[in-house]
Write a protein that binds this ligand. Structure first.
Ligand SMILES: Nc1ncnc2c1ncn2[C@@H]1O[C@H](COP(=O)(O)OP(=O)(O)OP(=O)(O)O)[C@@H](O)[C@H]1O
Ligand SMILES: [Mg+2]
Length: 218
């Protein structure tokens, strides 16, 4: 069997300056991978390309050996993505947001199932309007939404930025549980302690060797 994810000779530039240049990686079910690099290194760009939301200038991404080319709509169903910038309906409640995204997901999840997912993430304010949630609670809700369709590949762009220590630990445990059930999780963070604790391996991206050295210095 091939890899769940294969990124092959990826190039991306928005203008003349390349952001990604011949980027390659492979990853398998059950792994938690930390993506590390300076601001502007291209981490979010890479995650958006893997999430099928942005197209590479050149190169190809494969899930289970199927290239994105003409299969991306089908492959998208295997992917969960939490963007760096929170995207929610501020005027709807927590559970209304879950129901909205459940409708988009082509899955059938009952309200009790959705509430169960929220409660696993310790977000039990089902009827609170999103505009009244704290930043950290919104991040948890975004994470819950990305999990509605039970993705095999979960892409998290700084999921714990602004999240308090207790919630970080809860999210970390939850992600380890998901990986234990066979999900592949790719994760960006600027918190090296968190990366070391949570991730099975790290991938350095970008041009600033500072980050690479931090990783190899242990
Ligand atoms: N839509 C866009 N149009 C033009 N340039 C972009 C666009 N998106 C990103 N860039 C540029 O691409 C580079 C990589 O950005 P990206 O957001 O992927 O970095 P990052 O590693 O996620 O950074 P951070 O750690 O700050 O989140 C930056 O120089 C950024 O200015
Ligand atoms: Mg980013």
């Amino acid at each position: 069997m091939g890899h769940l994810l294969k990124v092959d000779a990826l190039y991306k530039s928005y203008g003349k300056e390349p952001v990604l240049e011949d980027f390659n990686m492979q990853a398998d079910r059950g792994e938690i991978i930390g993506l590390v690099g300076e601001n502007g290194a291209g981490k979010s760009t890479l995650l958006r390309i893997i999430a099928t939301l942005n197209r590479p200038t050149d190169g190809e991404v494969y899930i289970d050996e199927q290239s994105y080319g003409k299969n991306y709509k089908k492959l998208r169903r295997k992917i969960g993505y939490v963007p760096q910038e929170i995207e929610l309906w501020e005027e709807l409640s927590v559970i209304e947001n879950m129901r909205f995204f459940e409708k988009l997901s082509h899955e059938n999840r009952s309200v009790p199932e959705l509430k169960n997912l929220l409660s696993e993430l310790h977000l039990e304010k089902y009827d609170t309007k999103v505009s009244r949630l704290s930043g950290g609670m919104k991040r948890k809700l975004n994470l819950a939404i990305s999990l509605i369709h039970e993705p095999e590949l979960l892409l998290l762009d700084e999921p714990t930025s602004g999240i308090d220590l207790k919630s970080r630990i809860e999210i970390g445990k939850f992600l380890k549980g998901l990986a234990g059930k066979g999900a592949l999780i790719i994760y960006t963070s600027h918190d090296m302690t968190e990366i070391r604790e949570l991730c099975d391996r790290t991938i350095f991206i970008g041009k600033d060797p500072f980050y690479k050295n931090i990783l190899t210095d242990g």
